[in-house]
Write a protein that binds this ligand. Sequence first.
Ligand SMILES: CSC[C@H]1O[C@H](OP(=O)(O)O)[C@H](O)[C@@H]1O
Ligand code: ADE
Length: 295
Amino acid sequence: MSEQITPVIGLIGGSGLYDIEGLEDRRWERVESPWGEPSDELLFGTLAGVRCVFLPRHGRGHRVPPSELNYRANIDAMKRAGCTEILSLSAVGSLNGDLPPGTFVIVDQFIDRTFARKKSFFETGCVAHVSMAHPLCPRLGDALEEAARGIGLKHRRGGTYLVMEGPQFSTKAESELYRAWGCDVIGMTNMPEAKLAREAELCYATVAMVTDYDCWHPDHDHVTVDAVVKVLLENAGRAKDLVRAVVPMLGKPRGLCPSGCDRALDAAIVTPPEKRDPALVAKLDAVAGRLLRAA
Ligand SMILES: CSC[C@H]1O[C@H](OP(=O)(O)O)[C@H](O)[C@@H]1O
Ligand SMILES: Nc1ncnc2[nH]cnc12
């Protein structure tokens, strides 16, 4: 019989999203990871009977900046907590005049311009190369699109998210360069998060919630934190409505991911078993235990 999965929905809340009210049987719990400290405790609970695990990306109180987030610990902790998929909810600037503040973009591509982050679970002693050609899970995108349409949310399916290092916002020349590259939105956090989710064989989707026009638009002020916060407080309520609509759709028992997100490591690990570093293999127990345990 083909494998049946009972989904556990991971939710990573970005700027402005530090809790999911309405989660039943809620409890904040510390999850230990061999990769270090996650941003915060994880919030466990259920929505419409579906198990959910929420992590505020920057921690409650927004304490951790994008470059100092321990992305590996965050993804590893969510995998250890049993998550089968992750929905990332993120504030972004718009690089596209057709995507005004308030629009929710169901992203389908990334350009990763970050340079000061640990980007892989695989290090000396166990090397792997996963495909990132299609970094976001279309199955999750379909559900998000249907849910957004169902609740009348201003949204767009598809768009390229440029991930910058930050924490400073872009220069005008950078903003114009990214527009010329065809990017739609800009933020600081979804890479390496999406890469690590892929290595951990977790389906991953991003809802990018537009808060500003960055600094390229001749008719709008350059982005400031005040402006972002004002719009993201409006976006946060709608993001929670979207979560409440999409979780019941995703929570039904299902087969394997048609796009293969949950088997991403099948053809990725290069180092043969006898050459692997046992200490690293032990650290990879949650991320890659499916394959490494068998070896
Ligand atoms: C507070 S504005 C800049 C900040 O917001 C976004 O974070 P997140 O993706 O976690 O919502 C952006 O990437 C920056 O980190
Ligand atoms: N303009 C912008 N640049 C980078 N990150 C952002 N998050 C929200 N707006 C942003």
